[in-house]
Design a binder for this molecule. Structure first.
Ligand code: ATP
Length: 201
């Protein structure tokens, strides 16, 4: 299966872009969704998380308290690495299995931290949804009502724009309207159909 890894910073438009790729017929595999599924009650990853972080990391109904977990690992690299060790191999395996099972011309893997986690080699192309930081700030604030200092904290923790641009094979600049974004997605989709077809021959 020809695999495209779609990445970009917070609020860059990954969901808006991947929704359109899905409408066009790409098999969209969202690693955020997979990571949520993997920590549902009864899943082995949740048992491992409770084993390390304690049962206080669950809410009264037995679901993972994601906000608390985020706080626990945010400023603590050692704890973060332990959490990543529990989740990342499972996310990766599930994502690749779903890509291979998909019946579509190609698979689009949405991996927000693709570059930060060095997963470039897992995909045939890295597609970056690129926006200037001031647009990220205003779109995230409008979407989530998040306080600006929270957005700043997330922006500071993510890799910088220049590094993302350097690592990407393809870039869609999402600094204008949704119609322009969709047109750019359509052009990229045509390119991926062609590349996937060439590889299949
Ligand atoms: P996150 O990293 O937080 O998951 P994301 O990269 O998936 O975010 P989206 O949720 O797709 O980003 O976009 C962020 C917000 O900006 C959404 O409210 C979306 O509707 C809006 N948005 C995205 N692209 C555009 C655009 N070209 N014009 C106007 N609004 C946009």
């Amino acid at each position: 299966m020809f695999k495209v890894g779609l990445t970009g910073g917070i609020g860059s438009g990954k969901t808006a872009a991947s929704d359109h790729f899905a409408r066009l017929g790409a098999a969209v595999i969202d690693t955020d969704l997979i990571s949520r599924e993997l920590v549902e009650p009864g899943q082995a990853a949740l048992a491992d998380i409770v084993g390390h972080f304690g049962s206080g990391i669950l809410d009264p109904a037995g679901h993972l308290d994601r906000a608390q977990l985020r706080e626990r690992v945010f400023g603590d690299p050692a704890e973060r690495r332990i959490l990543e060790g529990i989740l990342h191999p499972r996310i990766r395996a599930t994502m690749l299995a779903r890509a291979e099972q998909a019946s579509a011309p190609y698979a689009l893997l949405v991996i927000p931290l693709l570059i930060e986690t060095g997963q470039q080699a897992l995909v045939d192309r890295v597609l970056l949804i690129d926006v200037p930081e001031d647009i990220q700030r205003s779109r995230v604030a409008a979407r989530d009502g998040q306080r600006l200092d929270q957005v700043e904290r997330i922006l500071a923790a993510q890799t910088d724009r220049a590094t993302r641009q350097r690592e990407a094979d393809d870039t869609i600049c999402n600094d204008s309207g949704l119609e322009q974004l969709q047109a750019a997605v359509e052009a990229m989709h045509r390119k991926y159909l062609q590349l996937a077809g060439q590889r299949g021959r």
